[in-house]
Each structure stands twice: as C-alpha cells, then as structure tokens.
Write a protein that binds this ligand. Structure first.
Ligand SMILES: Nc1ncnc2c1ncn2[C@@H]1O[C@H](COP(=O)(O)OP(=O)(O)O)[C@@H](O)[C@H]1O
Ligand SMILES: O=C(CO)[C@@H](O)[C@@H](O)COP(=O)(O)O
Length: 566
C-alpha cells in the first residue's frame, strides 16, 4: 500500500485550520488557516444588528463550513496529493460550543424567522451569560446530593451544555421549543460531513454531564431545576453517544464535492480541541499533564482511578484515551489576557517602538520583560480577566493588578500577567497532584509555546517541572487526523487504536524548558502571596469583584436586551 493520509481540522476560537498528515509518521504535509468571516460575535448580531448583552459570545455556523470549503481544497492543492490517498477526515472543536437545530439539522439562526434572536445562534464556549443558571444547577445538585457533582470538581460551569440550554429556555422559550435538538458544534459539523447525527462521548461526558455507566442525570434532577426541563435529555439532547475514533459513516457525496475529497472516506466523530492534542504529543499514560495553551489553557491528564479534585472541569472514563480516566481543568483566559493588554492598555510609545524594531507588541514586551528577575517588578496579579475556570469555577470573578507605582513600566505589567497565568496553572497542578492524580511532567502545545519563550520558562519555574513542547504547530489538528486514521482502521492504511497511532505519529521537540532553581525559590514566595489573594477574593472573604460587577450591570440599565442597535 502506498502512503496514506488523513486531514485533521481544528476549530479554534477565531479560526479553523486544516492539516494534511502522512499517517506513516505524522508528518504535516500541508496546512491552511481560514479565519472565521464573522469572528467571535460579542457585540451585535449579523444582519439584524441586534445588540448583545455583556458576557455573550456567539459564532456563525456557516463559518465552520467555510473553513472546510476553503482550507481542505487548499491543503490538497499545496500538497499535490491525490484524493484517493486521503482515507479519512477528523475534526476537533472548542467546547461546549452549542447550537439549536431544527428537525432537518438546520441551525435556527440561519432561518430568517429566528435570526434576530440571539438565542438562535451558536453559543461559543466562552459565552458566560448563563452563570445564574449554573449557580442554580450547582445549588440544586448539592442539595440533592447528586453523585455527578464531584466528577466535575464540585461545580458545573456556565460554559457548559445544561446551563446554556436552560438560559435559552429562560430567556427565549420560543427558540427552546423550536429547537429539535441542541448539538455541540463539533457534532453538527460531523453531521454536515457524514449526514449522521452522532454525539461524541468526549463532549457529552465533559460538557453535558453524561457518564459511561450512569448516562445523564435523571429526570427528577432536571425536573427539580425546572419542570420544563424534565425531558431535556430524552428530547433535545437525545441520540447515540459513541466513543472517540468511531467512524460516523462515509463522507457524503455533496460534501466530497464541496471540499474535493472522495465520497465514502471515514469521518471520525467530533472531539474537543484540547483532548485531541493529548495523543498528538504522544501522551497515552498517566503522570503527564498536557497544557493546550492559546486563548485559554486546557489542562489534560490521565489517571487510573476516578478521584475527586477541587474545581477540575471533569473526569470522564475513556474521555481522552480509552482505558484511562481523562481529567480536565482549565483557565478561561490566558493569551486573551495578554491580547487585552496589548490591544487596550499599552501606551502609544510601545507600539511605535515595536514597529521600529520590526517586532510585534507581544514580542517587544517579551524582550523587555525578559530583562527582569522574578520578583523584581514588585507586582502581582490575579488572572481572572475572564473569570476563573479552575479551581474556583466562577465566571463572576474579575482581574486584579497589585503593586503599581508611578514608575511601573508596561513590560513589567506584561511580565506580571504572564506570571499570573502561570500561578493559575500551578493551582491546577497542585489540585491534581495533592488529590492523588500525579503530575510529573508537563507537555505544552497550542500557539503560545511557539510564540513566547519567556512565558514557558516562567511556567517551568512556577510549577518546578520540566516542560516538553509539541513538535507540531497544529497539535489538536494532528490529533484529529490521528482519530480519523483510527476511524478508517488499519486495513485501509490507518490504525486500529489511538495508542498505535500515537506511537507512530506523535512528536515533541528536543529542547525542553527546565526549572531554574533560583527562580523556583522566588516564585514559591510569590505563589504564596498569589494564593492569599486567590483565597481572599475568590472564596468569599471579600466579594468586591462581584459587587462591582453588579453595580456595573445596574448602572448599565436599562440594557436594551434584544433591542435593535440601529
Ligand atoms: N508573542 C506572544 N506572546 C504571548 N501571547 C501571544 C503572543 N502572540 C499572540 N499571543 C496570544 O496568543 C493567543 C492565540 O493563541 P492561539 O493558540 O494561536 O489561538 P487559539 O487559542 O484560538 O487556538 C491570543 O490570545 C494572543 O493574545
Ligand atoms: O474548553 C475547552 C475545552 O474543554 C476549549 O475548547 C476552550 O477553552 C477553547 O480553547 P482555545 O483557547 O480556543 O484553544
């Protein structure tokens, strides 16, 4: 059999990218990025101009198809490979990124009668406007002693399926009624590719409280939340839930024509971006924490037992690699915080100096910030610009910068923001390790390790652990291609298991980031200070962040909730 290939498509927050991979050794032959034409929709809806409230984040489902339409033919063209040698396609997605569809699988937002209602659109993972629903889910589950709660670190996030679906019911009951199903965007795209609606066990497990043995929480639980939700899982979340690497069926003739591949090739069921990255860095055993570092960070870890860990996002049997319990935790903003600083808060002279030096503002600030020793800025920050995902699971928390003086420089603030996110990761590493899910080594993938060496050194110093970095620049897409190879199977030139695929296709770079002992010592002290602030502002001693947020909301009234911006 000649060389065989698969395509992995990674659906990120701002763009989608396709990667064509040689299945013999994981070589990435060609890649292409398509920025989402509508980006993240967080101010006004397309066409109708309806204004969105604070904490909303939506996407346009047509953008996902546009990624396939543009990027798949482009990687085929760049590589010159015959479509006959491409045996499968797989995708990974941000999650929970969900949408209401009608009985024909059409997104409601694409139907003119619903398009002016924000609730008909795709709710992106970082849509944080369902916090009230999440709070009530958590109170009710705790009161009822629901056994699922510890599996999610004690709290269900507002980012996830049940809170988002309930927000739709509360604020737009007509959209809720008209929705035949709520689907993860990952599952919707697979439906478009294969013609089959299948729910993947990864998003169902991590984001929709589904358990391999117990299924969804029982109806009584949903009824106690709201009688109208009693049938939610039997109706709008219904459907077959299948393991990662399952072939959803062949590529449809219509899609094959649109994207230039052969009809009938394997289409792997959807996967979560960060989870797909784990086998793609070669991690298929416990003790190795994978950090998917980009806009946010997802932390993934394998364990042999189901343990309880404070504030983790979840533990799902077979959720990442079959045969292990897959653990997930995360920070809801990391690169996003640095971007906020660069876009909103650096003085003009920094932008001018960066341009003169031929560097991006990030690169210029990194260079300047590298000249400081740990502790030398006198600054400390709490990295909650987009709430706290782990370990506090509270999207109402906000950022804090402490220690500024009239002499504080932009590069010092930038360094402090890098450090704050490293301290956030340390909290997560400690939570796992101290709860019996050991963390010995760190693996990093995603955009940030390629972009910022200072950041990576700080993470090694703050966690006092060596960090290996993925060789691939498109690790989740490589993982998606690996799962496509599994969906195709060894007989077709793929693999029979993801462990086999990882052995042959995954790679890390030779150079690693090792902790520097003098830095470790200073960061240990700073971490203790960070922990004090973390507990004080995050655990209820001082709810000033929430009071400020409430005042802000009140002062912004009357908010034109669904009013027209024009
Ligand atoms: N040199 C840099 N140092 C640190 N962060 C950077 C740098 N350049 C870009 N970023 C941040 O990287 C993030 C994008 O990461 P990336 O992994 O490419 O995207 P995504 O999370 O969408 O997959 C943005 O939030 C941006 O602020
Ligand atoms: O929440 C998850 C995975 O569980 C991610 O999809 C989400 O953090 C988005 O990741 P990116 O920062 O876009 O890589």
């Amino acid at each position: 059999m000649g060389a065989k290939y698969a395509i992995g498509v990674d659906y990120g927050t701002q763009s989608g990218r396709a990667v064509l991979v040689n299945l013999a050794d994981g070589t990435e032959v060609a890649d292409h990025v398509t920025p989402y034409p509508h980006g993240v929709i967080d101010e006004v809806l397309p066409v109708s101009g309806v204004k969105l409230e604070h904490d909303w984040a939506l996407q346009h489902p047509a953008d996902y198809i546009e990624v396939l339409r543009r990027s798949v033919p482009e990687v085929m063209k760049q590589s010159g490979i015959s479509p006959d040698d491409v045996i499968g396609i797989g995708i990974d997605f941000t999650a929970c990124t969900m949408l209401p569809v009608n009985a024909q699988g059409e997104p409601l937002c694409l139907l003119p009668q619903y398009s002016a209602n924000p609730h008909s659109w795709v709710k992106l993972w970082k849509h944080h406007a369902a916090q009230e629903e999440a709070n009530r889910i958590n109170e009710t589950a705790a009161q009822r002693g629901e056994t699922f709660l510890p599996r999610y670190g004690g709290k269900i996030s507002s980012e996830w399926m049940i809170a988002k679906a309930w927000q739709i019911l509360n604020e737009a009951p007509d959209i809720y009624d008209q929705a035949d199903q709520f689907l993860e965007a990952a599952d919707w795209v697979i439906y478009k590719l294969s013609g089959t609606v299948l729910r993947n066990s990864c998003t169902a497990g991590y984001k929709a409280i589904w358990h391999k043995q117990d299924g969804y929480p029982d109806r009584e639980f949903f009824k106690s939340l709201d009688p109208r939700l009693e049938q939610l899982t039997a109706t709008k979340l219904r459907g077959t839930i299948v393991p990662l690497g399952t072939n959803a069926g062949g590529l449809t003739a219509e899609m094959a024509e649109l994207i230039g591949l052969t009809p009938g090739i394997a289409v792997a069921v959807g996967n979560v971006d960060a989870h797909a990255a784990v086998p793609a860095v070669g991690v298929t055993t416990p003790g190795k924490l994978v950090m998917a570092m980009g806009t946010s960070i997802c932390h993934l870890l394998l364990g042999e037992e189901e343990m309880q860990v404070e504030g983790m996002c979840g533990v799902v049997e077979d959720g990442i690699i079959p045969g292990y319990f897959g653990y997930e935790a995360g920070q809801s903003a990391v690169g996003d915080i640095f971007e906020w600083y660069v876009e909103e808060a650096v003085p003009a002279y920094v932008k001018e100096a960066s341009a003169e030096a031929g560097l991006s503002v990030h690169e210029w600030l990194e260079q300047k910030a590298s000249a400081y020793k740990p502790g030398q800025t006198g600054l400390l920050a709490l990295d909650w610009w987009n709430g706290n995902r782990s370990t506090l699971v509270d999207t109402d928390l906000t950022g804090l910068l402490l220690g500024c003086t009239l002499l504080t420089k932009p590069e010092e603030i930038y360094r402090t923001l890098l450090e704050a996110t490293a301290f956030g990761t340390r909290k997560i590493v400690d939570a796992f390790h101290d709860s019996g899910v050991r963390v010995e080594e760190l693996y990093a993938c995603g955009g940030l390790p390629q972009k910022n060496a200072l950041l990576m050194q700080i993470y090694a110093d703050v966690t006092n652990r060596e960090i290996k970095v993925a060789a691939s620049k498109q690790t989740p897409a490589l993982g998606a291609a690996m799962f496509a190879a599994v969906a195709a199977g060894a007989e077709a030139g793929g693999y029979d298991s993801i462990v086999d695929a990882a052995e042959r296709m995954a790679r890390v770079r030779e150079e690693t980031f090792r902790p520097i002992p003098e830095h470790v010592a200073v960061y240990e002290k700073l971490y203790q200070e960070y922990s004090r602030l973390y507990d004080y502002f995050g655990r209820g001693d001082n709810d000033v962040m929430k009071r400020l947020k409430a005042m802000k909301e009140e002062a912004s009234q009357p908010a034109a909730q669904f009013s027209n911006a024009n």
